[in-house]
Design a protein around this ligand. Sequence first.
Ligand SMILES: [Ca+2]
Ligand SMILES: [Ca+2]
Ligand SMILES: [Ca+2]
Length: 357
Amino acid sequence: MLVAAGVLVACSDQPVAPRVSPQPADGLQALDCRAVVLGTPSVRCSPATPGAGQAQGTIIGGQNILVTLTSTNLNYDAGTDVFSMDVTVQNLMNEAMGTPDGVTPAAGGIMVFFLEEPVGAGGSVDVIEQDGNAFFTNANQGYQTYNEILHKDEISQPQPWKFNVPAGVSSFKFRVLVSTEVQYKLVINEVLVNPAGNTRETDGDWVEIFNAGSLPVDLENLVVADSAASGRRPYHKISSSVIVPSGGYVVLGTTTNTTTNGGVPVDYAWGSSVALASSLDAFKVARVVGSDTLTLDRTQYSQASVSAQDGISRELKNPALDNSNMDGSNWGSASVTSVYGDGGRGTPKAQNSAYTP
Ligand SMILES: [Ca+2]
Ligand SMILES: [Ca+2]
Ligand SMILES: [Ca+2]
């Protein structure tokens, strides 16, 4: 049967161990479930709303449906008192689950854990054969693991769930949440490497980041870098909270001072860590997970006549396109009519003038 899920997203201060995540990216999807034991066994789950003592969160998305749990092969064995079923997880979000970058499997995979243990009508019900117990929102919460990466709309392999249900119990209810690393679907969407005139060649540099994911992303603790002739310059770690809403934009640049940066609205300044050359260069944004640095997005350019025109930004035509080559045809130059600040051409924090649906 099909089961729809409401979605809660943990606040950054929400404990979501055992996972160590530098970002508030672990999605928490709450489901209130009710199992009917006698007659034709069934399980139905519906979205749960946060209450006192539970994970506080924000409801995300117009449909409020980011994940679907489906149960099949339901069976109650009155001889052994075991109620069993196979459960799959489907990801409905734009970003992949079970991975921090869309490629690398997350330690721990995707975990579905019991926010509230089963409560039986007419007797005590216990979960049996769980994959383990851990601290998610409280101590000692049992969970089932799905060791997979699920991209948008993908369905997991089924995992067996079992409950001990003594005779006389006609139904029981429980509440589960999904805890998982979620891919950061960040796109380098617009870049100005050669600010208008010759007085702010570094102070006026900026990069626009678009969030193509379903969940907001905080850039804090991500790293950015450009290149020098000798190779990539040292990473700059973003040191304060910079929230990119789902479908929203932020601008990173050298300075937030609009008197010296040409009037571009910079949300976060990288200072002297990055300097985009008017010849050839590259820019990347990456995530640090453990001892690994995972690239989330990267672009590069080498044709100054295309990508380093004075006072004209380079715009990605659509966030879904391959943006790795700024000189290429997936990018365009900001239009004559898209003027910001002191007269530069570009669309910082807004849809690109070169946008093509
Ligand atoms: Ca210039
Ligand atoms: Ca520059
Ligand atoms: Ca733009």
